[in-house]
Design a protein around this ligand. Structure first.
Ligand SMILES: C[S@@+](CC[C@H](N)C(=O)[O-])C[C@H]1O[C@@H](n2cnc3c(N)ncnc32)[C@H](O)[C@@H]1O
Length: 249
């Protein structure tokens, strides 16, 4: 990423409540779909970002969590949040890449909101099986086509941004191919995109547009940051984030 790109990326994304679509209700709903979890499950949260879902999971269980991300600023934020929430004793941040997680087969649950796309949905599910106890669970969110005939500008955007994006049925086939039994899935409501993600991000972009007035390069970068919100505003019925909950076969 170029210097200005990187500067503006962090200026937009610093201290946001979340780094992707999601909300507390969806995290809890997915967590409660997993039957027979021990009362103190071990949970690996991959691509945890600033830790909104990590705190929710720690509060919803008496479990121990390892929260993995590559970005130090997000992990610093997560540590602050776990302290405020009084769960820091049970949440261990780890600055590691999801491509090189050297854990053994010890987790009851692998969790990942808005981050498995970095490896690819099926690739991530296959790789993370190695960290699950027999019969362990995985819960991940993935941007998915909700309609067989999405709008051409949405297709064009995602062909560039995430060519492997699939339909819900396509992803359920990938779940099975990766060696899991699907337990359930649901689409995140539109409010989970706007409430704690797009709306605060757009407010930040508006402040930065003022701060960088007269700098066309900065304005173009900010236009790109805002593009995903414009597309979603127009085509929220065509694609969405879907929570997939599954158990290792
Ligand atoms: C869209 S954000 C989602 C963050 C968080 N789960 C949330 O919903 O707020 C994706 C996260 O993946 C992290 N990430 C990117 N590459 C990574 C990698 N190779 N290994 C681990 N995390 C990574 C980013 O730093 C970012 O925090």
């Amino acid at each position: 990423m170029g210097d200005l790109n990187s500067e503006l990326f962090w200026a937009v994304h610093r201290d946001l409540p979340r780094e992707g679509p999601g909300d507390t209700a969806a995290t809890l709903r997915a967590f409660r779909m997993m039957p027979d979890l021990p009362p103190d499950p071990t949970i690996l949260d991959v691509g945890c970002g600033p830790g909104a879902q990590t705190v929710t999971l720690a509060q919803a269980s008496r479990g121990r969590l390892i929260a993995v991300d590559t970005h130090r600023l997000f992990l610093d934020d997560l540590v602050r949040r776990t302290k405020w929430a009084g769960v820091s004793q049970r949440v261990h941040p780890a600055r590691m890449s999801m491509f090189n997680l050297g854990f053994s087969q010890g987790f009851d649950v692998v969790w990942s909101e808005g981050a498995i796309y970095i490896m690819g949905f099926e690739e991530g599910l296959r790789a993370w099986r190695a960290f699950l106890k027999p019969g362990g669970y995985a819960a991940v969110t993935e941007v998915s086509w909700l309609k067989p005939d999405p709008a051409p500008d949405a297709v064009a955007f995602w062909a560039e941004a995430y060519p492997k994006m699939a339909s819900v049925e396509g992803n359920l086939s990938r779940v099975r191919r990766a060696g899991y039994r699907p337990i359930g899935h649901f689409t995140l409501p539109q409010s989970a995109w706007w409430g704690v993600y797009f709306t605060p991000m757009l407010a930040r972009i508006a402040e930065l547009r003022d701060a960088y007035r007269g700098n066309p390069e900065a304005q173009a970068i900010l236009d790109e940051e805002a593009a995903e919100t414009d597309l979603y505003r127009q085509h929220a019925d065509d694609y969405g984030y879907v929570f997939y909950v599954m158990q290792m076969e």
